[in-house]
Design a protein around this ligand. Structure first.
Ligand code: PEP
Ligand code: MG
Length: 551
């Protein structure tokens, strides 16, 4: 038996033979170019071919994994003639008078490095996208057809790392699971695996070898283990887990359409967190009660310049309309710290998590704020939109936010544009300051939503981006849980409701504590809705205590 420990990035247990993915990359040789114009024409042809292939892939992906995943290939297609990428290719071509293959390869290396050097884990993982598009253009230039899977039976597919387009091109009926030597939970291969419900483990390192091909293995996307030829005892344990998994899946499906209520009648609304309008598909597929957090900054992060009022309106309206009468809480721009967009030209800060971020950016830049508020209020006429402000620490901030809302509503009324004047206004409780003055803040808003990711970071003085903090970053810390209770007591004393939209909301071990505290809404990733609903429906609220708040 060989046990290789990696990181589980898509849950589930599977077993089958190991198969190493064949990639047919030809080496690029730097050749001098006789005719630069001809090299440019070759590139233009390869670009067209690449875009056509990506269009086919996007369609295939939309059928198999939904809109959200298909967007990836549409983004790849846009990158094919990205201005900066093209400029880098043309520079090399002009300066080195070399073949176009070499110029494309160099631009790919340069752009991938640029992403790898970014601080944000998500942006780092985008290097794989650049390599993927570059490889595709090169293959088209060199007349190479992509590698693939020529196994007869279903296999555990192993590789160094899988590019998104490779993942989607594979015949899924013959893939039991993915196992990669490198990669991260943020890679698109991991994201696609999760969307398609295929178990995946990454970071298995050099212990995973091509020589293992053909050997029987078990993979556990939860524990991150790949076990080759397990002994009898291990085998029995894995089989047991596999059977339980099948049962759990069936049980979870039966949770669709059921109410979010405990055995003794306590209701807790289970909603979803989304980053883009495309994520609504997953919300609907998992029967989310509403959207508890739409991180609007992703619209800004995906753009090259400030998104216009109209662009934002279209996005917010699409989500509001798709959710029908269900509440959609849209958080205003939370840019800064780890979320950076170059066109904002935010100053370099020594301590950006405590710098000009989130509501501070909006209050410092009234025009940016106004544009977003106009788009939000316009969308409020098409569904049940609520507006939420991030990183609030003082009463004056919410008063200023409310004044900005009033002014926008007045403008829209004068222009005869429809909006809902009763749009709910809430704030995120994610700083210790907001907890300490929660009683005062509650007088000015309709709801609180606790951002436990930031609340943990600021309460425990632990940087949420730092991977080395280990046990010091403890969202179960009594200080965090007591802060939660203080905020909930303040909300209820003022007759408003309180939810949790940080990662902690989906933590099943804390559900009894949330029930004891009196949390009214939990907003989690779409895939966590059904497990949470199942747990809620077997809980008895009145028996839940506050033991976790003790040191
Ligand atoms: C949080 O801080 O818990 C939260 C939900 O917001 P974000 O993770 O986007 O900062
Ligand atoms: Mg936050």
């Amino acid at each position: 038996m060989i046990l290789i420990q990696g990181k589980g990035v898509s849950a589930g247990v599977e077993h089958g033979p190991i198969y190493f993915y064949h990639r047919t990359d030809a080496a690029v040789v730097k050749r001098p170019a006789q005719d630069l114009e001809q090299e440019k024409r070759r590139l233009a042809e390869a670009q067209e071919k690449t875009k056509a292939q990506l269009e086919v892939l996007a369609k295939k992906c939309r059928r198999e994994a939904g809109d959200k995943s298909a967007v990836l290939f549409e983004t790849h297609a846009m990158f094919v003639d990205d201005e900066d990428y093209m400029a880098a290719i043309m520079n090399t071509l002009r300066e080195e008078r070399c073949c176009i293959e070499y110029a494309v390869q160099q631009a790919g290396v340069q752009f991938a490095e640029m992403f790898v050097n970014m601080d944000d884990a998500y942006m780092k993982a985008r290097a794989a996208d650049v390599r993927d598009v570059t490889r595709r253009i090169l293959n088209n230039l060199m007349g190479i057809t992509a590698g693939g899977l020529d196994a007869e039976e279903a296999v555990i597919l192993c590789t160094d790392d899988l590019a998104p387009s490779e993942t989607i091109q594979l015949d899924k009926s013959r893939i039991l699971a993915f196992a990669t030597r490198n990669g991260s939970g943020n890679s698109h291969a991991a994201i696609l695996a999760r969307t398609m419900g295929i178990p995946a483990v990454c970071g298995l390192g050099e212990s995973l070898k091509p020589e293992h091909t053909g050997r029987l293995a078990y993979i556990d996307g939860e524990t991150g283990q790949l076990i080759i030829e397990p002994d009898e005892l291990t085998l029995a344990a894995i089989k047991d887990k596999h059977e339980k998994q099948i049962e759990t899946k069936k049980l979870l499906q039966s949770m669709k359409g059921k109410e979010d209520v405990t055995l003794d009648g306590r209701r807790v609304s289970i909603c979803c967190n989304i980053n883009t309008p495309e994520d609504v598909t997953a919300v609907q597929a998992n029967d989310g009660r509403g959207i508890g957090l739409f991180r609007s900054e992703f619209l800004y992060l995906a753009a090259k310049d400030y998104p216009t009022e109209e662009e934002q309106f279209q996005a917010y309206r699409a989500v509001a309309a798709a959710m029908g009468g269900k509440r959609v809480i849209i958080r205003t721009l939370d840019i800064g710290a780890d979320k950076q967009a170059a066109y904002f030209r935010l100053a370099r800060e020594t301590n950006p998590a405590m710098g000009v971020r989130a509501i501070r950016v909006c209050l410092n830049r009234p025009e940016v704020f106004r544009t977003q508020l106009r788009a939000l209020y316009r969308a409020s006429a098409y569904g049940k939109v609520a507006i939420m402000f991030p990183m609030i620490t003082s009463v004056w901030e919410i008063k200023e936010c409310r004044r900005a809302c009033e002014s926008v509503m007045q403008e829209l009324a004068e222009e005869g544009i429809p909006f809902n004047p009763d749009t709910e206004i809430g704030i995120m409780i994610e700083t210790p300051a907001s907890v300490l003055i929660a009683r005062d803040l509650a007088k000015h808003v309709d709801f609180f939503s606790v951002g436990t990711n930031d609340l943990t970071q600021y309460t425990l003085a632990c940087d949420r981006q730092c991977n080395d903090l280990g046990k010091f970053f403890d969202p179960h810390h009594p200080a965090v849980l007591r802060a939660l209770k203080m905020a909930a007591d303040a909300a209820h004393a003022n007759g408003i409701w309180i939810g949790i939209c940080g990662e902690l909301g989906g933590d099943l071990r804390l559900l009894p504590t949330f029930l004891a505290i009196g949390i009214d809404e939990l907003s989690v990733s779409p895939s966590s809705v059904l497990p949470l609903r199942a747990e809620l429906r077997r809980s008895i609220a009145k028996t839940c205590g506050l033991e976790m708040l003790e040191c």
